[in-house]
Design a protein around this ligand. Structure first.
Ligand code: SAM
Length: 235
């Protein structure tokens, strides 16, 4: 596939019938997180529902390779990776308000100019991005939705992968990590089947040192669940 190939059409779900990849969940916020949300949201935040197109250069005020972090959770990974990688910009997208607030606080504490945080559904956000605009997509520990009847909620499924791939620049990477062996196997089937992606590794990639160890990873390793990193490149 080249950048001149047509972009696969991935219809946006009808809002009333959308199958979401996340649980709407509440969470208590610390005083620090509440303050971060009030003070820092106007500087670093954007609401997916409020925009109808997204030009990364306007968001960051510069042209730099862009990394999309889907489901940034509490934001520790995003903050750590962005701090170690100042020449690329990081756009985190999350629906969980305490996690967004925590990342705002981390970004401010560490004075990271290369992070912005979107609140909303990552798939809606991706539809607003121009084709070929992403250097990398990170989906670290996406919700595994282990019950078969919930598999339709998984982030990594053919239509979503086609959408993500359409926004990756040629040579850009889609990096998924999971501790759920059955999801890892299903991800491999889906990613291998996408004609625009190639796996430069023989199946699971060696654990990359640049991906920080998260709470999820530590918990999984303690429970004896190995982590699979799947790193595919856009052709
Ligand atoms: C299991 S957590 C992993 C968090 C983080 N990546 C980590 O490694 O610690 C998955 C996160 O993805 C978020 N999420 C799931 N689907 C999403 C979507 N479509 N858009 C934005 N966030 C999403 C959830 O709210 C949740 O915080």
């Amino acid at each position: 596939m080249t950048s001149t190939d047509p972009i696969p059409t991935v219809p946006a779900p009808h809002p009333a019938r959308a199958i979401r990849t996340f649980h709407p969940r509440r969470g208590r916020m610390s005083g620090r997180q509440t303050a971060a949300l009030t003070d820092l949201w106007p500087v670093y935040g954007l609401r997916v529902a409020d925009i109808d197109r997204l030009a990364p250069v306007d968001l960051f005020g510069r042209r730099a390779p862009l990394v999309l972090e889907i489901g940034s959770g509490m934001g520790d990974t995003t903050a750590e990776m962005a701090a170690a990688d100042p020449d690329r910009d990081y756009l985190a997208v999350e629906v969980h308000t305490p996690g967004i607030a925590n990342l705002l606080d981390l970004v401010h504490q560490r004075e990271l100019g290369n992070v912005r945080i979107a609140e909303g559904d990552a798939l809606d956000l991706v539809r607003l991005l121009p084709p070929d605009s992403l250097d990398a997509v990170h989906a670290f520990f996406p919700d595994p939705w282990p019950k078969s009847r919930h598999h339709k909620r998984r982030l990594i499924q053919p239509a979503h992968v086609a959408l993500l791939r359409s926004r990756l620049a040629p040579g850009g990477t889609l990096h998924c990590a999971t501790d759920w062996a059955e999801y890892a196997a299903a991800m491999r089937v889906t990613l291998d089947a996408d004609p625009g992606l190639v796996n430069p590794y023989d199946g699971v990639a060696p654990r990359p040192a640049h991906r920080p160890v998260t709470r999820f990873e530590r918990r999984a390793l303690r429970a004896g669940r190995p982590i699979a990193d799947l790193i595919y490149r856009r052709r």
